[in-house]
Design a protein around this ligand. Structure first.
Ligand code: 13P
Length: 255
């Protein structure tokens, strides 16, 4: 079933104590709302917060996600955290392919596909991010469509249909992340529709209709409703506005 998801990517923010408090508030909000089936709330705190946050959230109401996982299963990889370690903490999903990981940590499609496969092997859902830069956007539609298509073709489109059913796509235009420049609802719809058509071309209509495609990039309480109202936008991946429980709650309520 196509799910409606509001996910908070906390990035490298909050102390452990602040993160636990934020998670408690989000969980209490989710409990009080009694969300309909098919609507999910996800939070992705930093690695250091996952174990204590897992203790304080209602796992039936809030899905715990990590912001990354290693491209290798285990072994001598100082500083890395594997998908199976995350699974052991109660983590249910992982964000992969975020533009910050691509830009600052040089993660390319080859590395990302390894991470995706290891996450799926552990039974984790994958929130896979794609999106074009400002220059690519300004070069015109055929270019930015092709950029996004290539990010999918080289990674999640190589999966089997069954594996792909565990993938949530997040369209996050790089020019909109943390900049205050949000894609207009029409800009979001245009590319979400394109992504869904490409999913249909690869996996068939039924899979495409069941694929959740999130929007991310300066999405906040004041603009979430109009973006989420578009027919191919199935919720959001929220950065800055996910760090305040009240703001995140308003975004959860936006659709
Ligand atoms: P902002 O909402 O802060 O622009 O971040 C979006 C994002 O990168 C979520 O993954």
């Amino acid at each position: 079933m196509r799910k409606l998801i509001v996910a908070g990517n906390w990035k490298m923010n909050t102390s452990v104590a602040e993160g636990v408090e934020l998670a408690k508030k989000v969980s209490a909000y989710a409990e009080q709302k009694n969300l309909p089936a098919g609507k999910q709330i996800v939070i992705a705190p930093p690695f250091t917060h996952l174990a204590p946050v897992a203790q304080v959230i209602n796992a039936d109401k809030v899905i715990l996600a990590a912001q990354d996982c290693a491209a290798t299963k285990n072994g001598a990889y100082t500083g890395e955290v594997s998908a199976s370690m995350l699974k052991g903490l109660g983590v249910k999903a992982v964000i992969l392919g975020h533009s910050e990981r691509r830009q600052y940590f040089k993660e390319n499609s080859e590395i990302l596909l390894k991470k995706i496969k290891l996450a799926l092997e552990e039974g984790l859902d994958v929130i896979f991010c794609v999106g074009e830069t400002k220059d690519q956007r300004e070069a015109g539609q055929s270019l930015y469509f092709n950029v996004v298509k290539a990010q999918l073709v080289d990674t999640v489109f190589t999966l089997t249909k069954e594996e792909f059913s565990k993938i949530i796509i997040a369209y996050e235009p790089v020019w909109a992340i943390g900049t205050g420049l949000t894609a207009s609802p029409e800009q979001a719809q245009e590319i979400h529709e394109f992504i869904r058509k490409e999913v249909a071309a690869n996996f068939g209509d039924e899979v495409a209709q069941n694929t959740t495609i999130l929007y991310g990039g300066s999405c906040k309480a004041s603009n979430a409703a109009e973006i989420f109202a578009k027919k191919d936008v199935d919720g959001g991946l929220i950065g800055g506005a996910a760090l305040k429980a009240d703001d995140f709650g308003k975004i959860i309520d936006a659709r």
